[in-house]
Design a protein around this ligand. Structure first.
Ligand code: GLU
Length: 470
């Protein structure tokens, strides 16, 4: 049988990191076994589902490059199919119409709670002889077995067994005619041939009910893996309060999709002590059995570390595709400076995110209006004038623009003036970048370019002169 897994988000918000991790595990499982992956949008909750959320989920999946063979399917387009199965269940007396009013159900619930019992439907309408007005609204309930137990072997949690006496007759269609989640999910997973259901542990209580529906339909029951929660670094359930929770926010904050995937795969799954996984390794090593039972805490520092690792080690051309987005976002025109593939190896050492890399690289592409006050005060002093002038002349005279030639010009300046390298280097750095921080000076000047560097050094000389006169 072909392995087929799915990701089935409800489009009530953006794709959050918990959902993305579930999607990743499901996707990896399919890829590991050469199976197929389905995307299904569970939009039966008409009030809470939005097109915006659908778009955001698809955008997030695409950004993470979690591709699917089938879908996106939409549950709202499958109502005919759900109704067909509901009719069949009604005909076979495996489901029944329930006319109980909200008032009755509320009163029943209160009574049961007051008596210390678990609230559950009492089966009043299950015998089919209830009186009701001709046009009284009704829901459809699934006739849950009364005897025995439901049992399944969860890939993460092990064997789970629930007595049917614990489960009441579930509503499978509301009085407005819309089918409910627990029913649709079964029909979909059956129709779509899903062999393994990987989902959040918040659904674990639904599974026994769903298994009873599979049995009633004579449908094969898929395997299940319920993945634990993600917590914030303070131990509370991950929420907006902890910063970014939307996958696209991670794009905006400057993370590489691969870094986020690598981070998410380790958040609840392990392979020995290994922390860094290429996509190929993730796919070949992934197994549901190695997923942790306990909740995992989000750790932004580790994500930052992984992100920098990938910025430094991935082919620069691949990083450049993502970096370009940040240049556009920050309004920096790449055409006005070095190619991103040349910039990345120089700057990735110093930054943890692409956003930071773009923001701290502006001086390669644009002239700055002013030198940073502190750096200028410290390094653009009258004593630096001679060094700046001589270095400017030597750099202007270079016929070969290489890091080595630049280095030699700076060294020669220091030697001729009998100054330490720092006395030449720091004023030069402030002159060409506007600040006191940059990668190695020869690399920086190389990327800024000859004409632009020489012009900036000229401006710094003027600045020093005006300062001396004031
Ligand atoms: N639509 C459900 C959710 O977003 C997932 C259902 C499932 O995976 O079975 O929580």
């Amino acid at each position: 049988m072909t392995v087929k897994t799915r990701f089935a988000p409800s489009p009530t918000g953006f794709l959050h990191v918990g959902g993305a991790r579930t999607a990743l595990y499901s996707w990896l499982y399919a890829r590991n076994l050469g199976g197929e992956f389905v995307l299904r949008i569970e939009d039966t909750d008409l009030e809470r589902s939005t097109q915006e959320a659908i778009d955001a989920i698809i955008e997030g999946m695409n950004w993470l490059e979690l591709n699917w063979e089938e879908g996106p399917y939409y549950q709202t387009k499958r109502f005919d199919r759900y109704n067909e199965v509901i009719d069949q269940l009604l005909a076979e007396d495996k489901a029944y119409k329930c006319y109980c009013s909200r008032e009755r159900l509320d009163a029943l619930r209160e009574q049961q709670m007051a008596a210390g019992e678990k609230p559950r439907y009492d089966g009043k309408c299950s015998h089919g002889d209830v009186e009701h007005a001709e046009d009284a609204p009704y829901v459809i309930r699934f006739r849950n077995p009364k005897e025995g137990t439901v049992k399944f072997d969860d890939h993460v949690r092990g064997v789970i067994e629930v007595a049917n006496s614990e489960l009441d007759d579930l509503i499978i269609r509301r009085s407005d005619g819309t089918p409910t989640y627990n029913f649709c999910v079964v029909i979909d997973d059956w129709d779509m041939g899903i062999t393994q259901v990987v989902r959040g542990e918040d659904h674990i209580n639904n599974t026994p009910r769903q298994i009873n529906i599979y049995h009633a339909l004579g449908a094969p029951v898929p395997e299940f893996a319920h993945v634990s929660m993600i917590l914030g670094d303070d131990g509370a359930k991950l929420s907006k309060r902890h910063g970014a929770v939307s996958v696209m926010q991670y794009r905006d904050d400057g993370y590489l999709p691969h870094a986020l995937l690598n981070y998410l795969v380790r958040l609840g799954w392990s392979h020995g002590d290994q922390e860094i996984f290429s996509m190929e390794e993730m796919i070949s090593l992934f197994s549901l059995k190695a997923i942790n039972k306990s909740a995992s805490a989000f750790n932004t520092d580790k994500l930052l570390w992984l992100n920098q690792h990938y910025m430094k080690t991935m082919p620069a051309a691949d990083v450049a595709k993502h970096l370009q987005w940040h240049f556009d976002d920050q309004g920096i025109n790449v055409a006005n400076g070095p190619a991103l593939i040349d910039l990345i190896p120089v700057m990735a050492e110093r930054c943890h995110t692409l956003k930071e890399l773009a923001a701290t690289s502006r001086y390669y592409y644009e002239d700055f209006a002013e030198f940073e006050a502190g750096a200028a005060k410290k390094h653009l002093r009258p004593v630096a004038k001679e060094a700046l002038e001589l270095a400017g002349t030597k750099l202007a005279a270079l016929t070969e623009w290489t890091a080595e030639a630049i280095h030699n010009a700076i060294q020669a300046t220091a030697d001729e003036l009998e100054l330490g390298m720092g006395k030449v280097g720091m004023p030069l750095r402030v002159a060409v970048t506007g600040s006191g921080q940059s990668p190695s000076l020869d690399q920086t000047i190389l990327l800024i370019g000859q004409a632009r560097s020489v012009e900036r050094i000229g401006k710094a000389v003027e600045f020093v002169a005006s300062r001396a006169n004031s």
